[in-house]
Write a protein that binds this ligand. Structure first.
Ligand code: ATP
Length: 919
């Protein structure tokens, strides 16, 4: 096989924009009707590689590692190491430096993992393209595109590669990503002078820019790094930033803590020296205080908790694109959701038709084109004997058939979907609304492939959610016929006449039509009006052509069943204090009926439904009240979503908003959490969103809220668990100095405690499953402090329990004549024992420990078990005894340590219960 090489730009060859379309296609050895063969495409993929920009390595590994060492709290540790070395305490100093390095390595590895996980998730949201191969349109991942491919573009698409445009209609792109120009550019297809600047090449569309209107076809002339974006930026940013409001708050907290620790260390030093202690001993004490009070494990634990959380969400089909959304999800108070496809299945089946004043019922299920059309119980149109059968009757008869037949014909012609039988199933490509029209046409004996051959399409006006109409122009026996379909409110005003049952034209009976549409809509059906208009030969299909003089041919009503899981999810949201609002482009009555079926409003209630037209009449104040009180908004134009989000936010609501179209992007960006549909959404919507649903299901939003609450809980649990240790250790040192006694615990022992417990006891909290009843709480106020007064008091209480337990046992051991090493080993084990039991307390911050399923998080048990093993090792294993100045202790000591731990656990549980009763 020969692979044609395109002429490289420069080298005397005209650049792509200077070539006529035919020449550009010829250079690639491709024709615009068939595209490449799969075989050829595979060979080119082999030659040019996948269509994916090289990823920037981001910060180098060394840089990332060094960054770990410049954290303020780590700097204090390093300072402590230097001081200890200055005092000639070589073992202490090397352990401190060892901890610094181990800590940095853990942080480095975890951060790397978290970044990689997030980057992988970002890539998981693939860009899909429609491409012509072997004469057939296919949807595929844009990474498989090769030079020579012919692709389709439509509003909302991200241009997947550099394209020489071949044809199109009203195609406009925004090229801000490439040229910085935010205004949309109109595209055309004629050759341009060779020296035309990039920004003025109207016949090209460049990778990374976005299509904002119209549709078109383009020839791929460059992929991956060979695109203009690839050349200019070279590389795309590799690693996303791992920061959320909470991690930022914690970083600020660490900054504050640094000064507090330094102040306390200085105070310890001054008090000690003033009491006549040696400077060297007081230096050691100051160092002990500093290393004790620093929560070394905190930053790593936070990024691990977040990383585990986002991958948990991904398993539940919600992909987080901006990390802060994880936290905002936990405080969401309102979810504004689309209807079609999110709350409903988006699996359309036409069940009713109104044509020529007669109502028909349609039998059959799903996309299987088998069923009957019945008029008052009688079969109205005999089904086609075999599928794919030619259209019965001549073309002329068809165009002038009955109103029913004309309705089916309009639906099948004004249609971009495809219906096929594969893997023993009926499948569709394209819009389910349109696929449903193909199915019903086949049930009526009309096969769309034949129709497209008999009545070829000459032009089209694509569906647009603001216009809510689609139209196509067909050649029918020398005449030009426009077929249009769309929302009844939009099409009816454009109609002059309607078809009577026999196919003749009759005056429009607006009242009868509206009543029929309303009847279908109140049953929850999506209603589409179909109309036609004959144009003079040579007339173009423009907006003006379909805004007057149309003839209404019929109405179709299709069911789109509510998603079963959405019903439960809405109920859960209500229990969790979250309002659910439906914002749909559909008819008000359809919206009301579906909202009732799903439980957004009470079924059968005369709940208020506001339409886009109503919204347009409201000023900002009235809109605020409406946004608060009304739960169903219908016939809403995408631009109005932005106003609604703002109105809700102005009242302090935290808004999650779904969207899929190109015009939804501003609302998605404005919302606290913009949510795009992974399957049905446009690239533009996905890019604007903070979260993408891979199954487009409302229930996934509810699941993500639950996970978001769980992740935040786990972060708070870790902080609540870790701080008392640091606080307690700091207090112990301070108390010893103030009381003028020997330090009950050395800097080295403190480091041992902090490092081992942070990993073995603290990290398992990141795996804690969402707490029972988490969706029965109200949303967390967004501005609320991380630790409320209750938790701060608990931190202080536990810190004091640790101080009292460890100090008490240390003094008791001294009184009993035990050695310093033994006394310190006992004190150290008291700390760890309280930390272990407190870990179980912290599995729920509000519920009693018995309310948490004991084995729902096996990591906690594994961590606690391992920690005990390590405590045995440091207590009884000679090499560790030597390194850490510890000594074996007797059974009585263990009994007392266990008792103290259990008492501490009981006190904390009592405090929880007392708080619960008081709160
Ligand atoms: P949601 O915003 O909840 O997803 P929706 O899918 O009904 O609701 P749109 O897709 O904007 O919203 O559709 C609005 C209206 O446009 C529909 O009620 C229907 O009347 C009409 N419509 C939908 N799809 C098409 C189509 N392919 N061709 C013509 N008209 C359509």
């Amino acid at each position: 096989m020969t692979l044609p090489r395109p002429p490289p730009a420069g080298n005397g060859n005209p650049p792509w924009h200077a070539l006529p379309v035919g020449d550009a296609l010829a250079c690639h050895g491709v024709d615009a009707n068939n595209g490449l063969t799969q075989e050829e495409a595979a060979a080119r993929l082999e030659r040019d590689g996948p269509n994916r920009l090289s990823v920037q390595p981001g910060r180098s590994a060394l840089q990332r590692f060094l960054n770990q060492l410049t954290e303020p709290l780590v700097l204090v540790l390093i300072g402590s190491g230097v001081v200890t070395a200055g005092l000639g305490e070589w073992i202490d100093s090397s352990v401190i430096f060892g901890v610094v390095i181990v800590n940095a390595v853990i942080g480095f590895l975890q951060e790397g993992k978290a970044e990689a996980a997030l980057a992988a998730l970002a890539r998981a949201v693939a860009t899909e393209v429609t491409v012509l191969r072997d004469g057939r349109r296919r949807r595929m991942d844009a990474v498989h595109l090769v030079p020579g491919d012919v692709v389709w573009l439509s509003a909302g698409d991200k241009v997947p590669a550099d394209l020489r445009l071949i044809s199109g209609k009203q195609l406009r792109t925004v090229e801000a990503a490439l040229t910085g120009e935010a205004a949309p550019t109109d595209k055309h297809f004629d050759p341009l002078p060779a020296d035309t600047l990039l920004a003025d090449r109207r016949n090209m569309a460049y990778a990374g820019t976005t299509v904002v209107a119209g549709q078109g076809q383009g020839l791929v002339i460059g992929t991956a790094d060979a695109t203009e974006t690839g050349r200019i930026s070279g590389l795309i940013a590799g690693a996303p930033e791992i920061a959320t409001p909470l991690t930022k708050k914690m970083a600020e907290f660490a900054g504050l803590l640094l000064w507090v620790i330094l102040g306390l260390a200085a105070l310890t030093f001054v008090i000690g020296v003033w009491r006549g202690e040696s400077m060297a001993a007081m230096m050691v004490a100051a160092v002990a205080l500093a290393v004790g009070a620093i929560p070394e494990g905190l930053p790593a634990a936070m990024s691990i908790t977040l990383a585990i959380g986002v991958s948990r969400m991904a398993k539940r089909r919600a992909i987080i694109r901006h990390l802060p959304a994880v936290e905002s999800l936990g405080s969401t108070t309102v979810i504004c959701s689309d209807k079609t496809g999110t709350l409903t299945e988006n699996a359309m089946t036409v069940t009713e038709i109104w044509a020529g004043g007669e109502a028909f019922g349609v039998s059959g299920q799903g996309y299987k084109p088998e069923g009957e059309l019945r008029l008052r119980g009688e079969i109205a149109v005999p089904p086609a004997p075999t599928l794919g059968d030619a259209v019965s009757g001549s073309a002329g008869d068809m165009a002038l058939g009955t109103a029913l037949r004309e309705t089916l014909l309009a639906g099948a012609l004004c249609n971009d979907a495809a219906l096929y039988h594969e893997h023993r199933q009926w499948q569709i490509t394209g819009d389910p609304t349109e696929a449903a029209l193909l199915v019903v046409a086949r049930k009526g004996g009309l096969d769309e492939t034949t129709l497209h051959n008999v009545f070829p399409r000459r032009d089209e006006l694509p569906f647009d959610s603001a216009r809510q109409t689609m139209a196509t122009l067909h050649a029918i026996e020398g005449r030009s016929m426009v077929y249009a379909k769309g929302a009844i409110e939009k099409l009816l005003p454009a109609c002059r006449n309607m078809l009577a049952a026999d196919g003749s034209e009759a005056p429009l009976d607006t009242a009868a039509l509206e009543a029929s549409a309303a009847l279908m809509a109140t049953r929850g059906l999506r209603v589409l009006a179909l109309a036609r208009r004959q144009l003079a030969a040579g007339d173009e299909l423009t907006e003006a052509a379909i805004s007057a003089g149309m003839v209404l041919v019929g109405l179709v009503g299709m069911i789109d069943p509510p998603r079963v899981r959405a019903v439960g999810a809405v109920r859960t949201c209500h229990a969790a204090g979250i309002r659910v609002k439906m914002i749909t482009g559909d008819h008000a009555e359809t919206a009301r009926a579906i909202a009732g079926q799903i439980g957004i409003v009470k079924a059968g209630d005369a709940a208020t439904v506001l339409t886009g037209r109503d919204l347009a009449r409201l000023d900002d104040e009235a809109l605020k009240a409406a946004a608060r009180n009304v739960d169903v908004f219908a016939r809403v134009e995408p631009e109005q979503k932005l106003r609604l989000v703002r109105a809700l936010q102005a009242q302090g609501e935290v808004v999650a908003m779904t969207g899929d179209g190109v015009n939804d992007a501003p609302a998605l960006k404005q919302a606290d959490i913009g949510i795009a549909m992974g399957m049905g959404g446009t690239d533009v919507a996905k890019e604007a969103a903070a979260m993408v649903l891979t199954d487009d299901n409302f229930a996934t939003i509810e699941a993500a809220v639950e996970e978001g609450r769980g992740i935040y809980d786990n972060l708070v649990k870790f902080i609540t668990w870790t701080l008392p240790t640091n606080f307690g250790e700091g207090l112990v040192i301070l108390a010893a100095i103030v009381a003028g006694v020997t330090l009950p615990i050395t800097p080295l022992q403190i480091l041992w405690i902090n490092m081992t417990t942070a990993v073995l006891l603290g990290l398992p909290l990141a795996f804690e499953p969402a707490e029972r009843g988490i969706m029965h709480r109200p949303p967390r106020p967004p501005g609320a402090p991380v630790l409320d007064a209750v938790l701060i008091e608990r931190v202080v209480l536990v810190g004091i329990l640790m101080l009292a337990g460890a100090f008490g046992m240390f003094l008791l051991a001294g009184e009993r004549g035990q050695s310093m090493a033994e006394a310190r080993t006992i004190a150290m084990n008291v700390f760890v024992a309280i930390e272990i039991v407190y870990l179980f307390n912290c599995r729920s911050l509000r519920l009693p420990v018995t309310a948490v399923a004991a084995f729902s998080n096996p990591w906690v048990w594994a961590g606690a078990g391992l920690q005990l093993v390590l405590q045995m090792a440091i207590t009884y294993w000679a090499p560790l005894n030597n390194a850490f100045a510890t000594a074996p202790i007797d059974l009585r000591a263990w009994g007392e340590i266990s008792l103290i731990a259990l008492v501490a656990m009981g006190i904390i549980e009592l405090e929880k219960r007392w708080r619960g009763a008081a709160g």
